[in-house]
Design a protein around this ligand. Structure first.
Ligand code: B4P
Length: 193
């Protein structure tokens, strides 16, 4: 099973990817998690990405494409994967198409998780509150001002991927505003049909 989860910030890509890992026994490839881990470890990649991510902008296609290409070569990706947060631009999608051909792989489905902006804002604010209460820390990009920029970036740079994948006959759309379990069921139904 080779899947892409597409959707605005807070739609539940990360939440659902973790469930799909257990359901299908495939790894989650989250570019957001990989970049945050590089920032935490203060690697050169992390130093380059931090300022961009803190503003809610996108890290360069070149950097992210390199990360994904390398990750797809790992043995655990042979049987499949769920891409969470990649691709996020048309050039990233085109680069992914090329990588998959070179690696002899193909996608089974691209799942768009849809949710309204008010719901997304409420979820992210809630995540920030819960994280602050539990650990005393929040993601630098989990505040309302940066989130509004992330939503604009999604509309301008990522939303065009919906038509890109519809054109390839791969697109499945699910309602991301339902309960987590219901969204999981909808995704399973969409990709298994
Ligand atoms: P990401 O890490 O991808 O994260 P995200 O946009 O916050 O979203 P996600 O949809 O995963 O939300 P989640 O499940 O956690 O990106 C962060 C940044 O990294 C980007 O802004 C960019 O700078 C950089 N980046 C990443 N990939 C890149 C790329 N390819 N190119 C360039 N830059 C890149 O859900 C959010 C909250 O909602 C959680 O608290 C969750 O519990 C809750 N929730 C989820 N589903 C719910 C439901 N059904 N009901 C109620 N609550 C729900």
């Amino acid at each position: 099973m080779r899947l892409i989860l597409l959707g605005p910030p807070g739609a539940g890509k990360g939440t659902q990817a973790k469930v799909l890992v257990d359901t299908y026994g495939i790894p989650q490839l989250s570019t957001g998690d990989i970049l945050r881990s590089a920032i935490a470890n203060k690697t050169p990649l992390g130093l380059a990405a931090k300022e961009v991510m803190d503003r809610g902008d996108l890290v360069s296609d070149e950097i992210v494409n390199g990360i994904v290409s390398e990750r797809l070569d790992a043995p655990d990706c042979k049987a499949g994967f769920v891409l969470d947060g990649f691709p996020r631009t048309i050039p990233q999608a085109e680069a992914l198409d090329k990588m998959l051909v070179e690696k002899g792989m193909h996608l089974n489905a691209v799942v768009e998780i849809k949710a309204e902006p008010e719901v997304l804002i409420a979820r992210i604010i809630n995540r920030a509150r819960e994280s602050a209460a539990a650990t005393g820390q929040t993601r630098a990009d989990d505040n309302e001002e940066v989130l509004r920029n992330r939503l604009n970036v999604y509309r301008d740079q990522t939303a065009p991927l919906v038509e890109y994948y519809r054109g390839k006959g791969l697109l499945k759309t699910v309602d991301g505003m339902a309960e987590v379990e219901e969204v999981t069921q909808a995704i399973r139904q969409a990709v298994e049909n």
